[in-house]
Design a protein around this ligand. Structure first.
Ligand code: BJW
Length: 231
């Protein structure tokens, strides 16, 4: 059956009240990437990094899924083939909206990771500097998120899905961060039709067969209705 692979970014959660990174006033306008989103930044000032992620974890816990998250969950339920959701987001709004088996390629605010042994466990609401790993007891707990220079999660699984996709959709991402920004090319190589849904054309917009511009809460439910109506 026809497989749909969907890549989502911060734009899909914007209307749930969560900040994007690169829009005006976004997270990278308020924080230096080198300080809060690199392993070197964490080594230099773990308290600053924990503070950044503790605040985002608390904020994300208050957020509710929006019509775009719900529409993708409906597509997963009603489409006769597989619908694979790969998100760059560290919030859990796809799951809260009813989606299943979401691939969090950049990790999750809900997770903790041991910087010493790689053990992963559920994060407490607030993480503190030097918290011990429950497996190896090293005082090296960090947020289980993927920073610049680190390998995103489940890349083999994702590339396999992209090679077999009939439709590839990219939703709410600026297309400035790799390897996610190159997924469209993997999908094209596998023969997929490609569509971008974003507020404005992304960095890789010209690579897509179709671009649908507008807020995700409007464009995504309309796109899902169209897909489900045409089968
Ligand atoms: C709406 C909307 C609404 C708003 N409706 N739309 C030179 C060339 C190529 C690559 C590199 C290079 N130098 C270094 C690299 C690699 C580097 C990279 O890409 N750097 C670039 C800056 C150039 N990448 C890495 O290091 C990655 N690892 C890696 O490459 O490993 C090696 C490897 C090799 C081969 C294969 C595989 C791997 C790791 C990247 C980790 C990124 N981490 C972050 C932080 C995660 C934790 C956290 O959340 O804090 O991930 S950075 C940040 O950016 C976060 C996001 O997931 C990611 C993408 O951002 P996103 O989602 O696109 O958000 P925005 O804000 O950029 O865009 C939002 C969009 O929504 C906008 O377009 C708006 O218009 C739109 N929007 N409201 C619809 N209502």
């Amino acid at each position: 059956m026809e497989k749909i692979v969907i890549l989502t970014g911060a734009g899909i959660s914007a209307e749930s009240g969560l900040s994007t990174f690169r829009d005006e006033g976004g997270l990278w306008a308020q924080h230096r990437i080198e300080d809060v989103a690199t392993p070197e930044g964490f080594a230099r000032d773990p308290a600053l990094v924990h503070g950044f992620y503790n605040a985002r974890r608390a904020h994300a816990a208050q957020a509710k899924p929006n019509a775009a998250h719900s529409a993708l969950a409906r597509l997963q339920r009603d489409w006769p083939g597989d619908v694979i959701i790969v998100t760059q987001n560290v919030d859990s709004l796809h799951e809260a909206g009813g989606a299943e088996d979401v691939i969090h390629m950049h990790g999750s605010l809900a997770g903790a990771l041991c910087a010493a042994c790689g053990h992963r466990w559920a994060a407490p609401p607030e993480m503190a500097v030097g918290e011990p790993c429950p497996a190896c007891h090293a005082p090296a707990a960090r947020p289980d998120v993927v920073w610049f220079g680190e390998m995103p999660y489940q890349m083999d699984v994702i590339y396999d899905h992209l090679a077999n996709a009939r439709i590839f959709a990219s939703i709410g991402t600026s297309g400035q961060v790799y390897p996610a920004a190159a997924f469209v090319h993997e999908a094209i190589a596998g023969g997929a039709r490609t569509v971008e849904l974003n507020l404005e054309p992304s960095a890789g917009s010209s690579s897509f067969d179709e671009t649908i511009l507008g807020p995700a809460t409007e464009t995504v439910p309309r796109w899902v209705n169209k897909l489900l109506g045409q089968r």
